[in-house]
Design a binder for this molecule. Structure first.
Ligand code: FMN
Length: 342
């Protein structure tokens, strides 16, 4: 057995993780019934990664309103009727020692199947998107309430944590992006205001000892997109409002394309995670091409991030976590039924 950091516990508030490995949220676009409720595909998909050894699973983008879906095949939490199907996944994941959260979101101007997508301002995300209708103040307040109701349902379903999707050009990100939000009201003057109201509303229905995660795009790549300083400033305001952990990603805001391109190499977003961790003194999750176990190990060992999230690597290998631990530690403990293979 070799000393390692990946297979060490991590705790924040009452969330106790057995290791530093997170399954990143990944839309499955598999709700054929279009009712927002997870089905057997989602059950198998998430439970497999729990058996595969992940410490924390973050269920995919789950929308607070039918018109806040990217497509009609997305998961949703806009109705109490959706709770039991989530509960079934969550309790089975718990049987294998993993913790599980859910990413709640509104797609805003990136809602592809909505007849009339909404957003902070009437600026389209690009040629393949409809032009959004700017939200009125009353509608903004109503969406904040929908986030709160979705969070209440997630808690009722038994989640261990909630992640707000404030990245990748969806509604929370749209508001805090000066290039996408050109409102002149209070939601334009303070670009973090919408996200802060969402955080405050969600915190009211979360148990006080349950940590709140927020995914953020640290920088934008579009023409005149925001830089890391702006990403840190938004995170600072979100942290003050009650976010406990930042899950640091980048981009996804849509066009017009700028000169900057997202990195396409291992660990390309780790410097952003480290910058937010250092600026705010807050735990962070790093993500983005971290599926080489040595790189994942180094990211935690060097204290660039507290946790590492893997997305595509876990699609290729549901047992990625066990295999990564085996690679860096020399041994891994699978579910007892599989012990003879290890
Ligand atoms: C199929 C797929 C679906 C995704 N869906 C989401 C999502 O629902 N929410 C989100 O924040 N990111 C989503 N992402 C981005 C991933 O969470 C992750 O940030 C990205 O893939 C980079 O990590 P990786 O290099 O380990 O794949 C998705 C990625 C993939 C490949």
């Amino acid at each position: 057995m070799t000393v390692n950091h990946l297979d060490t516990p991590f705790a924040i508030k009452n969330l106790e993780l057995k290791n530093r490995i997170v399954m990143a949220p990944m839309c499955q676009y598999s709700v054929e019934a279009k009712d927002g409720a997870p089905n057997d595909w989602h059950f198998v998909h998430y439970v497999s990664r729990a058996v595969g050894g992940a410490g924390l699973i973050i269920m995919e983008m789950t929308d607070v309103d039918p018109d806040g879906r990217i497509t009609d095949l997305d998961l949703g939490l806009w109705s109490d009727e959706q709770i039991p199907a989530f509960k079934r996944i969550i309790s089975e994941v718990h049987n294998y020692g993993a913790k599980i959260g859910i990413q709640i979101a509104h797609a805003g101007r990136k809602a592809e199947d909505a007849d009339q997508p909404v957003g902070p301002s009437a600026i389209s995300a690009g040629p393949r998107y409809k032009t959004p209708r700017p939200l009125s103040t009353d509608e903004i307040k109503w969406i904040v309430q929908q986030f709160k109701e979705a969070a209440r349902r997630a808690v009722e379903a038994g989640v261990d944590t909630i992640e707000i999707h404030g990245a990748h050009g969806y509604l929370v990100h749209q508001f805090h992006s000066p290039g996408i939000n050109i409102r002149e009201d209070e939601y334009g003057q303070d670009p973090a205001r919408f996200g802060v109201e969402v955080i405050q509303a969600i915190k009211r229905v979360m148990p006080a000892d349950m940590p709140l995660i927020m995914r953020i795009s640290a920088i934008e790549y579009m023409d005149n997109g925001y830089d890391l300083n702006h990403g840190i400033q938004m995170s600072r305001q979100y942290h003050a409002a009650g976010v406990d952990v930042f899950h640091v990603s980048s981009g996804g805001e849509g066009g017009p394309a700028g000169k900057l391109q997202p990195g396409n190499y291992p660990g390309y977003q780790v410097p952003f995670a480290r910058a937010i961790k250092e600026a705010l003194n807050v735990p962070v999750i790093a993500v983005g091409m971290l599926d080489d176990p040595k790189l994942a190990e180094a990211t935690v060992a060097n204290e660039d991030a507290d946790l590492v999230a893997v997305a595509r690597g876990m699609l290729r290998d549901p047992y990625w976590a066990l295999h990564a631990i085996q690679a860096v530690k020399g041994e891994a403990v699978p579910q007892k039924q599989y012990a003879r293979a290890y």
